[in-house]
Design a protein around this ligand. Structure first.
Ligand code: ADE
Ligand code: ZN
Length: 338
């Protein structure tokens, strides 16, 4: 392994963009299908991996929603979440902010509390047994109605101690942030932090809407911001973080190869960029893989990796004190490696 790859593997990390349902490994898909007597259209895990060839976001989402059917009980959600936290431990991820898609489950008759309890129980154990800190962000599926999102927000209100923020994901084009303006106004009034996927496939106008109408604290992806100079300048000036996902962008055809990925340009323009895994088994890698692959493709150096990590600490929804503790941990780690 190169010196840089060892550095990347070992550096303490923060992840800000991971869909917990998108962390379902093919082997666990089969285990849970057996546990819950679900028939899969695949013979084995290798066949599943072969199906992970996506032309665009929708191709992926079709398989992602199909995979969710094996998740039925609290134990299933616990196992899914704890398995991801073990990957965090292997990658030296100290803190992670996890998305979940309740509508993907409640629409199948799985109760909101079953989903939330399974995930939060695993997050608590992850903290106790693995030392991994976490926050939970509930996403609305943007291909569904405003009314459906409103109902989901109401379901979350008794659990504000467990859910730090609200996000927006699923099929982007044709479902602009403006569709959810009223729900986000309510969520903000309830004290939730706010994020939205924007500018992954959708135009820069969707990023403007996420900022101006939804008043988000971070933009998920945001790749297409670079097409609009005024927008880029605003994101830099306001220090709005972008949670960029290189291997996701590659697998969903957002970039044609990693050499053409905008991450380095984003950093050079002063955007507060972070690197994240999105849906790791579907896209071919967790945090360390994403950082190593993009560093190699764009000739990044250690200093870039440190900047990406500092950005993620700053852009997280941790309180000021916890951010300082993490920053100190990072600075101390850099001293130990000389
Ligand atoms: N849901 C899971 N992954 C997603 C992505 N990359 N974009 C939109 N919705 C998603
Ligand atoms: Zn995402």
């Amino acid at each position: 392994m190169t010196d840089l790859n060892i550095f990347i593997a070992k550096i303490p990390k923060v992840e800000l963009h991971i869909h917990i349902e998108g962390s379902l490994e093919p082997e666990m898909l089969f285990d849970l299908a057996k546990r819950n007597a679900v028939t899969l259209p695949f013979a084995n895990a290798a066949e599943v991996r072969q199906a992970y060839n996506f032309g665009n976001l929708q191709d992926f989402l079709d398989i992602y929603y199909q995979g969710m059917h094996v998740l039925q009980t609290e134990q299933d959600f616990y196992d899914l979440t704890f398995a991801y936290l073990k990957k965090c431990q292997a990658d030296n991820v100290m803190h992670t902010e996890i998305f979940f898609d309740p509508q993907g489950h409640t629409s199948r008759g799985v109760g909101f509390e079953i989903v939330l309890n399974g995930i939060t129980h695993a997050l608590n154990d992850g903290k106790k047994k693995l030392g991994i800190n976490s926050n939970l962000i509930m996403c609305f599926l943007r291909h569904l109605s405003e009314e459906d999102a409103l109902k989901t927000l109401e379901q979350a209100l008794p659990y504000k101690d467990k859910i730090i923020g609200i996000g927006l994901d699923s099929s982007e084009v044709g479902h602009p942030p403006s569709k959810f303006e009223r729900v986000f106004v309510l969520a903000r009034a309830e004290g939730f932090k706010l994020v939205a996927h924007a500018g992954e496939e959708g135009p820069p106008a969707y990023i403007w809407e996420a900022l101006d109408l939804l008043k988000v604290d971070r933009i998920d992806h945001g790749n297409r911001a670079l097409e609009d100079k005024k927008l880029t300048a605003r994101l830099v000036k306001e220090g709005v973080a972008l949670t960029v996902c290189p291997l996701s962008n590659l697998k969903l055809g957002v970039v044609k190869d990693l050499h053409h990925h905008p991450l380095r340009t984003m950093l050079e323009k002063g955007l507060k960029v972070t690197v994240n895994s999105d849906d790791p088994p579907y896209f071919g890698g967790y945090m360390t893989d994403n950082l190593q692959r993009i560093a190699e493709a764009l000739n990044l150096e250690k200093q870039h990796i440190v900047t990406l990590t500092r950005n993620a600490i700053e852009a997280s929804f941790l309180d000021q004190n916890s951010k300082q503790v993490l920053s100190k941990h990072l600075e101390n780690w850099m001293l130990t490696i000389g």
